[in-house]
Design a protein around this ligand. Sequence first.
Ligand code: FES
Length: 574
Amino acid sequence: MSRLTPDQLRSARWFAPDDLRSFGHRSRAKQMGYAREDFTGKPVIGILNTWSDLNTCHTHFRQRADEVKRGVWQAGGFPLEVPIMSLSETYMKPTSMYYRNLVALEVEETLRCYPLDGAVLMGGCDKTVPALIMGATSMNLPSIFLPAGPMMKGCWHGETLGSGSDVWKYWAERQAGNFCEDSWNELEDGIARSPGTCMTMGTASTMSAIAETLGLCLPGACSIPAVHSAHQRLATACGRRIVDLVWENVRPRDLLTEEAFQNAIVADMALGGSTNAIVHLIAMAGRAGIKLPLERFDEISRRIKVLANLRPCGEYLMEDFHDAGGLPALLEQIRRDLHLDCLTVSGQTLGENISGAKVYNPEVIRPPDRPVGKAGGTFILKGNLCPDGAVIKPTAAEAHLMKHRGLAAVFEDYADLKKRIDDPALGLTADHIIVLKNAGPIGAPGIPEWGMLPIPKYLLQQGVRDMIRISDARMSGTSYGACVLHVAPESAVGGPLAFVQSGDWIELDVEGRRLHLEVDDAELERRRADWVPPAAKFTRGYGRLYAEEITQANEGCDFRFLHHGQDAPEPDIY
Ligand code: FES
């Protein structure tokens, strides 16, 4: 492998020339107290930090950035910390997904316009992971991903609690009248006990594991708990390694090959990963110029079984997964299903990274002959209700609902759902199918995590805990239930979901991967002719750009003008 020389560094364009402009660049670096030898002839490393007081999962990132800097200095680089908009799953409205592409664009332009040779991408809370990777892939500068790590396990009355999953569970019990207010308040104290991301196999854990499988993290990084001292050591190791990656000129698109994405889908299925991973993987692959059709996910889900016994599909949490051997141990179990020669940021191949990794607890990481689920975590559905596909996670749903025919109970949007769902006059039974429209990329907007639609309170009181629910929304990776998600095309652009009426029969056949609306084509055409598209929600600003450029769920919900694998051009420096 040929290494760069100092004069070949990208940052040399800013700092090396003997001209007026470069004088300014050097003198202003000195303004910060650095000497010329601190920053010239060395890889300049941008530490892209998504720390924010508004992102509760990233509160340890200020300290971690210092630990990354330590590693960069040790390896002979020049570290500079750069704030990047943080996508807080907890607080952002309408949904953090609405801003994923904005952050990806910010990352791409930040890397483009500054004198940076490489980047450490600090993320973890759900959409920060794909956003950072998408931007870095488009700019294609050497990059390494530092996952925030999962938070400590939750605890309430001696019982282990998992983020999200147990909140939904106990909320249903509260709605059913089985859980008092005091207990509910105590639960609030115990569900999130440290910095770090949701510690179930939700979207954050799934996407960090995918980043590691793609080769963008150091081996074993994705499961290290945020408050574990190993996480501090990981941060410093990332700082050291990125300097070498710059000298070795290893760029994201050298790693993000078709085979690497194939590996990522295999890992996702074996983990029982979040349904959100599908949308993000398609978007990330698009930035590397790779198309991932939904059929690819379905083909892999048919042969890769869920081995990670983690909530919401299973019992355990990320800390248990880490202690059981983490991702390298899981991947070693399915070695023969992986492209082992894919290069990673460690400088070794994926096969070398996982070679010999041991499972220390076979209850948490099951062997292939004793899987948690008989198939992969996520199935793709097709049918006249979702011509461009839909997604379901059967391992997190009640098995008896996986083949079901029921009457539709339709809600026009989320406000309508909230207003009427608990009205006993609707007369819903456990056999009904709840349908929500206008919750997709454009309709909501931002394809929010509304897809785990609420079960009517009076049915919860009767003991019902799962029903078929269909929408063009997503759902949280920590959610569960027989929820059909990401229906495409969405209702707001005239997908067939827009024409479903209460009282229509719908058939779901998960084994047959089929979602069928029992309304004939002529009647559907009549309904289409009467349909009035919803009014545009934004006429200016980011909302307008979003509405004009967003693609559908099966295309990754990226912006059309960003979703391709062309290099972002270098800036002129005058
Ligand atoms: Fe940040 Fe779940 S809220 S990862």
